[in-house]
Design a protein around this ligand. Structure first.
Ligand SMILES: *Cc1c(COP(=O)(O)O)cnc(C)c1O
Length: 362
């Protein structure tokens, strides 16, 4: 240990899913959308003029916040944009979770929450899920008064299970003394958004992203919608860290994506349709999973060792996500791809089940 290491902010970082370089593999490990972004995005990209890059971008990204405000029927002053929702969530932790009481989030959830809480030195407490791997709203309601803030994804990740809008509202209403962040990264795949509640509850911040439902993970656009006061605080912190987070191309491409509502609706509907068909098929093969309202299924099988199945799939160029962590070791998270990709997954699983009379037994 070097002496200077005493002064280092040493952290254990979040580990994202693999991004393998080979072509032609079936990539179902990071919840990306299998469909390309809307043709309107490709068109806007073609019209981009590199000359404009000479100048700094608009620090407010107002073209994009304006387009998001129009799409969701809120005022522009209720919208904040960032470099993916990870950037937005990280800034929201820094801004709103500055109290002494612990913040609350589910024990099984997006693992970045723990990382941000640690790096920003925010005290936190994790709340277990129920036996069916669902968030129990009553745990967050009864904790009112003892917490410094609340954050959870809806639907939850990596389980895919969603809370009802009534449950989300109960949590927000019971905890009006703190900010409640609802991370709606997967909301467009079937669950009910808490956005209508932001008019009533000034302590609610809803965070969404272009990465999943709008097929633009590589462009990095996320946003938060909430009361004007919340958004003003968020902007002050962002402008104290980095004025120019949103680059010119992502502002322009984000606006273009929002222009094509029909394409967005159609691709989301296609993923939901595929999820339901794949779910039925997997259930018939003995897999179990919470009902998913996201673009992935969180599956377990009584006869298979999840890690061995994960490795066997990988060997066959089918990448899914395995979390080598307590409580998650018996599960695989499988992103919903195209019907063709899912057909290949099912074909492999059928072959796996037939091996030595039933795959790798536990
Ligand atoms: C994917 C994901 C995010 C982050 O997405 P960005 O690409 O940074 O917008 C945030 N929360 C959850 C739960 C996610 O699954």
């Amino acid at each position: 240990m070097k002496q200077w290491e005493n002064n280092v902010r040493a952290v254990t970082p979040y580990v994202p899913g693999e991004q393998p370089k080979q072509q032609g593999l079936i990539k179902l490990n990071t919840n990306e959308n299998p469909y390309p972004p809307s043709p309107s995005v490709q068109q806007a990209l073609g019209q981009m003029d590199a000359h404009s890059f000479r100048l700094y971008p608009d620090p407010e990204a107002s073209q994009l916040t304006g387009a998001i405000a129009d799409r969701y029927g809120v005022s522009e002053r209720q919208v904040f944009v960032g470099v993916g929702s990870d950037d937005v969530l990280s800034l929201a932790f820094l801004t709103f979770f500055n109290g002494k009481k612990p913040i609350l989030f589910p024990e099984i959830t997006y693992s970045f929450y723990r990382v941000w809480a640690t790096v920003y030195q925010i005290p936190f407490r994790c709340v277990p899920l129920d036996e069916q791997l669902h968030i129990r709203a009553s745990d967050y309601v009864s904790a009112a008064g003892t917490v410094g803030g609340i954050v959870f994804p809806n639907p939850n990740a990596p389980t895919g299970a969603a809370l009802s809008l009534a449950d989300v509202e109960e949590i927000v209403r019971a905890n009006r003394d703190v900010v409640v962040i609802v991370d709606e990264a997967y909301i467009d795949f079937g669950a009910k958004s808490a956005l209508p509640l932001v008019e009533t509850y000034d302590n609610l911040l809803v965070v969404q992203t272009f990465s999943k439902s709008r097929s633009m993970a590589g462009v990095r656009i996320g946003y938060a919608i909430g009361d004007e006061r919340l958004i003003a605080y968020l902007k002050s912190v962002k402008e104290s860290v980095n004025s120019y987070t949103m680059n010119m191309p992502s502002i322009v491409l984000g606006v273009a994506a929002l222009e094509d509502e029909r394409y967005f609706q159609e691709t989301c509907a296609e993923i939901i349709r595929t999820r339901e068909l794949v779910g039925q098929k997997l259930a018939s093969m003995g897999f179990r999973f919470p009902q998913s309202q996201a673009n992935f299924l969180f599956v377990t099988h009584p006869d298979y060792n999840a890690k061995e199945l994960f490795l066997a799939l990988r060997e066959n160029n089918i990448y899914v996500r395995y979390f080598d962590q307590p409580g998650l070791r018996d599960y695989l998270r499988i992103t919903i791809g195209t019907p063709e990709q899912m057909g290949q997954l099912i074909a492999f699983l059928e072959e796996y089940a037939a091996r030595d009379g039933g795959g790798q037994r536990v």
